[in-house]
Design a protein around this ligand. Structure first.
Ligand code: FEO
Length: 404
């Protein structure tokens, strides 16, 4: 992609990766992506904001050279050191080792292990000013965990712009990068949504802090590092409002428990029904999902938004069952750590499912309760009573933890 002027002295020097179909090993990118990078062509203070993915280094350098002499570049800001934004930077520093690199504490530390050569690193603190010329300054605002610990927003008040890297980004690779010029907003909205779900969703609390930071800057334009540039205030506000909506977890006076259930012959279902009745009677809000019937994404979201998790599942051939593991393997430890979890179910031979699910839950740093609860084959009236007692004990622990 050729360089173009964004506004005043800000130029686009990024690249398009339109054929990319999988990002970060697991994320589908059916609309491709761009690695947006910017050059502020300020006399005496030429500044680069972020790099691009390493395979695009030559194209990036050509964009820079089309605008300035590499030897005249004074500053480079690395807002986030994931290699899709930092991979090309070492090549530039080889050409001009005098460039002063600015980034958060973590970004400068990370970049030492990406550059693998000495460089002029400068740690940027919250609100710190970098005067790139007598008339223009940049201000730095680290926003950790959006989505790496190193992430930072850079504010350019002269141009009324914020550079936000991944924050408010989207995997899409259009020819026209100004969102204001796009009539059909469907693909952009889809890309913003998918990007949030895949990249930002595990960090909802930190996302909300970053939203507050960006709102306080009240900028007219957001220059992100993937996809469309948000070049109108109304689109900045729309994206921020979407991030607020997606990051706000509904609160409840009641203890909210997601119960994931599977049963082959109805024995585990009988335990589940006893458990649900006891929990509801005790005032809990129990959200029951059947696997593999109910929507997987909805189940995962429910667990992330709940206070605790119960798994009701039989054992099959010495282990738990795939649909339950699929749920457990989709949970992000950042969102479920410290939540209470337990499991119960019917088994025929040796009953490993409960123990194995709890082992996985421990890997997610969830709080497990004892050994769970198991019943051999068809539950008796006494088994159902014990199931009720067990889940009420579980509820007591959750209530104590939450002060509810
Ligand atoms: Fe676009 Fe977190 O890298």
């Amino acid at each position: 992609m050729a360089t173009f002027k964004v506004l005043n002295n800000i130029h686009y020097i990024g690249v398009s990766d339109g054929d990319l179909r999988v990002f970060d090993i697991m994320m589908e990118t059916k609309q491709g992506t761009t690695y947006n990078s910017y050059l502020i062509n300020e006399p005496g203070g030429i500044t680069i904001i972020d790099g691009v993915k390493e395979p695009f280094t030559e194209e990036w350098l050509a964009n820079i050279r089309a605008l300035v002499d590499v030897n005249d570049i004074k500053y480079l800001v690395t807002q986030h050191t994931e290699p899709d934004h930092s991979g090309s930077i070492p090549a530039l520093l080889k050409l001009n080792p005098n460039i002063q690199v600015y980034g958060s504490f973590m970004a400068i530390q990370n970049f030492e292990y990406i550059n693998n050569e000495k460089f002029n690193g400068n740690v940027a603190r919250t609100g710190q000013e970098l005067k790139i010329s007598p008339r223009q300054s940049l201000f730095f605002y680290p926003v950790p965990n959006v989505h790496w610990p190193d992430t930072m927003i850079t504010h350019d008040p002269v141009n009324d712009v914020a550079f936000t890297c991944d924050f408010l980004g989207m995997h899409i690779a259009p020819q026209e990068l100004f969102l204001s010029k796009v009539k059909d907003r469907g693909p952009a909205q889809e890309a913003l949504t998918v990007y949030y779900d895949s990249i930002m969703a595990p960090f909802k609390k930190d996302v909300l802090k970053a939203v507050t930071t960006l709102q306080s800057l009240n900028v007219a334009m957001v220059l992100n590092s993937h996809g469309y540039l948000l070049d109108e205030r109304k689109d900045v506000e729309h994206a921020l409002n979407e991030y607020i909506r997606w990051s706000t977890i509904p609160t409840s006076e009641k203890v909210v428990i997601t119960l994931v259930h599977a049963s082959s012959y109805g024995y585990t279902t009988a335990l589940k029904e006893a458990a649900v009745a006891a929990l509801k009677e005790a005032g809990a809000d129990v959200r029951v999902y059947d696997v593999p019937v109910n929507d997987h994404t909805e189940i995962v979201r429910s667990i992330e938004e709940s206070d605790a998790l119960l798994l009701a599942s039989p054992t099959f051939v010495g282990d738990g069952i795939k649909p339950v593991y699929d749920v457990l393997n989709s949970l992000n430890p950042f969102l479920v750590m410290n939540k209470y979890v337990s499991a119960f179910g019917s088994y025929g031979w040796s009953g490993e499912a409960v123990k194995n699910y709890l082992a996985r839950a421990k890997e997610l740093r969830m709080k497990t309760v004892d050994e769970g609860f198991r019943v051999r084959f068809k539950p008796t009236a006494d088994d159902l009573l014990k199931t009720k007692e067990y889940v009420l004990y579980f509820l007591t622990l959750v209530k104590k933890e939450l002060n509810k």
